[in-house]
Design a protein around this ligand. Structure first.
Ligand code: FAS
Ligand code: PHB
Length: 389
C-alpha cells in the first residue's frame, strides 16, 4: 500500500489529523493496534478548551457537540471547605465545553467512515522504518500477514506507550519527566452532577474533582496512593471518601449510584523534544503527558494536530516546508505552557507525602491569592480556558 501520510494511532490526535488531511484531499492511512471498540471504551478527558471547540467545528464534526455539549463559563476551586467560583467569561472572555473525549472520538470515527479513508485496526507489531530518509515505511502484522505502507510522512499519534517516539534514536531526542507520588481513582455514574460546573477540591485527605459528561452522567475522581488497587475500592468506599473531601454543600447534594466505570490513572508530566525526526512527526501523548488536573491532555493533542495538519497541507498545496520545519518549536511553545499550568494546578490542589508545614501554608496562600487578586485569577482563567492560538 502507498499513501501520502501514515498515521499511527486512532485516538483523538490520529483521528483529527486524518480528518483534516482527508478534507484537504491528502491521502492518509491510520494504523491502530487496538480495536475501534477498545479505543471507544477508554474513559478519559471531559473538558474542551475554546480552541478545541473551534477546531472540531472547522473539522465539520461539531453538530453533536453543539447539541449535547455543555458550555461552562467558570469553575469552582475549594480549599479545605472554602469555595470560590472563577468566572472565565468575566475574567478573560472565554469559556470551555464539557463534552467527553469518548464522544469526540466517536464523532471522528463516524466522519472517517464518511470520508472513506482507510483505518487498520488490530494491527500488531507496528514498526516505522527509514524515517531519516525520503521514503519512510510502516509495517505491521494483521491476520498473520506482514503488511507495508510506503508513505511521504509518518505521524506518530500513538500515545505515551506507542512505537513512534521509540523509533527515534536515543541521541536525537531529549525527555523531561516528573512522576507524581499519587494517582487518580475515577468513577463514572449515571446520576445528575453534584453542581452545574466542575468543583476542584483540595483537602487534607487528598484532592477530589467533581465533573460530568451530561445532565444525567457524572465523573468523579479522588486522589489515591500510587500503589492503590481499584479492586480495593467498593462504590460505597469511594462515595464516603469523596463526601469527606468536598465542601459541605456539595457533599450534601451528592447523588450516588452504581459505578459504570472505575479506574486508576497515574499522574505524570512528560515532554519529548524535538517533536520531529526526519519524516516522523509526533503529536499528542506520543510527545507529551500532563497530569489531568488542568484538563489539558486532550486539548494539547488537538493543538498539535492543528499545527501539523496546517504544515502538511502547506507542503502538498503550496510546496512550502516552513510549517513542517517550524512544527516542533511551535507545538512545544504551547506544550510547555500547558505543562507549567498542569504542574501548578496539581501542586496547588493535591496533598504530597513529603510536604512540610511551610509548603502546606504556601498552598493555602496560593489559593488565597487567587481569590483576592483579579490579576492572579485572570492568569489562571486564561490557562484553564486555553490561550488563543
Ligand atoms: P491516545 O493515547 O488517546 O491514543 C493513542 C492511540 O494509539 C491509542 O488508541 C492506542 O491504542 C494507539 N497505539 C498505541 N501504541 C500503538 C502502536 N504501537 N501501534 C499502533 N497504535 C498504537 N486528559 C484530560 O484532558 N483530562 C482527563 O481527565 C484525562 N484523563 C486521562 C486518563 C487516562 C487513564 C489517560 C491514559 C489519559 C487521560 N487524559 C486526560 C489524557 C488523554 O485524554 C490524552 O491526552 C489523549 O488521549 C491524547 O490523545 P492521543 O494523543 O490521541 O493519544
Ligand atoms: C473529566 O471530566 O474527566 C475531567 C475534567 C477536568 C479535569 C480532569 C478530568 O481537569
Amino acid at each position: 500500500m502507498r499513501t501520502q501520510v501514515a498515521i499511527i494511532g486512532s485516538g483523538p490526535a490520529g483521528l483529527m489529523l486524518g480528518r483534516l488531511l482527508s478534507r484537504a484531499g491528502i491521502d492518509n492511512v491510520i494504523v491502530e493496534r487496538q480495536s475501534a471498540d477498545h479505543v471507544l471504551s477508554r474513559i478519559r478527558a471531559g473538558v474542551l478548551e475554546q480552541g478545541s471547540v473551534e477546531l472540531i467545528e472547522q473539522a465539520g464534526i461539531g453538530e453533536r457537540m453543539r447539541q449535547e455539549g455543555i458550555v461552562h463559563h467558570g469553575t469552582v476551586l475549594a480549599f479545605d471547605g472554602d469555595s470560590h467560583r472563577f468566572d472565565f467569561t468575566d475574567l478573560v472572555g472565554r469559556s470551555v465545553m464539557v463534552y467527553g473525549q469518548t464522544e469526540v472520538t466517536r464523532d471522528l470515527m463516524r466522519a472517517r467512515n464518511t470520508d472513506g479513508a482507510p483505518s487498520v485496526y488490530d494491527a500488531a507489531h507496528v514498526a516505522i522504518h527509514d524515517i531519516d530518509g525520503a521514503r519512510p515505511r510502516v509495517t505491521y502484522i494483521r491476520d498473520g500477514q506482514t503488511h507495508e505502507i510506503a508513505c511521504d510522512f509518518v505521524a506518530g499519534c500513538d500515545g505515551f506507550h506507542g512505537a513512534a517516539r521509540a523509533s527515534i534514536p536515543a541521541d536525537a531526542i531529549r525527555t523531561f519527566e516528573r512522576a507524581y507520588p499519587f494517582g487518580w481513582l475515577g468513577i463514572l455514574v449515571d446520576r445528575p452532577p453534584v453542581a452545574d460546573e466542575l468543583i476542584y477540591a483540595h483537602h487534607a485527605r487528598g484532592f477530589a474533582l467533581c465533573s460530568m459528561r451530561s445532565p444525567t452522567r457524572s465523573r468523579y475522581y479522588v486522589q489515591c496512593a500510587i500503589d492503590e488497587k481499584v479492586e480495593a475500592w467498593s462504590d460505597e468506599r469511594f462515595w464516603d471518601e469523596l463526601r469527606r473531601r468536598l465542601p459541605p454543600a456539595a457533599a450534601d447534594a451528592l447523588q450516588t449510584g452504581p459505578s459504570i466505570e472505575k479506574s486508576i490513572a497515574p499522574l505524570r508530566s512528560f515532554v519529548a523534544e524535538p517533536m520531529r525526526f526526519g519524516r516522523l512527526f509526533l503529536a499528542g501523548d506520543a510527545a507529551h503527558i500532563v497530569p489531568p488536573t488542568g484538563a489539558k491532555g486532550l486539548n494539547l493533542a488537538l493543538g498539535d494536530v492543528r499545527y501539523l495538519a496546517g504544515a502538511l497541507i502547506a507542503h502538498y498545496r503550496d510546496g512550502s516546508d516552513a510549517g513542517l520545519d517550524g512544527y516542533s518549536a511551535k507545538a512545544l511553545a504551547r506544550v510547555w505552557k500547558a505543562e507549567r499550568f498542569s504542574w501548578w494546578m496539581t501542586t496547588l490542589l493535591h496533598t504530597f507525602p513529603d510536604m512540610g508545614p511551610f509548603e502546606r501554608r504556601m498552598q493555602r496562600a496560593e489559593f488565597d491569592n487567587l481569590v483576592s487578586s483579579r490579576a492572579a485569577a485572570m492568569a489562571m482563567a486564561e490557562s484553564y480556558a486555553g490561550p488563543p492560538y
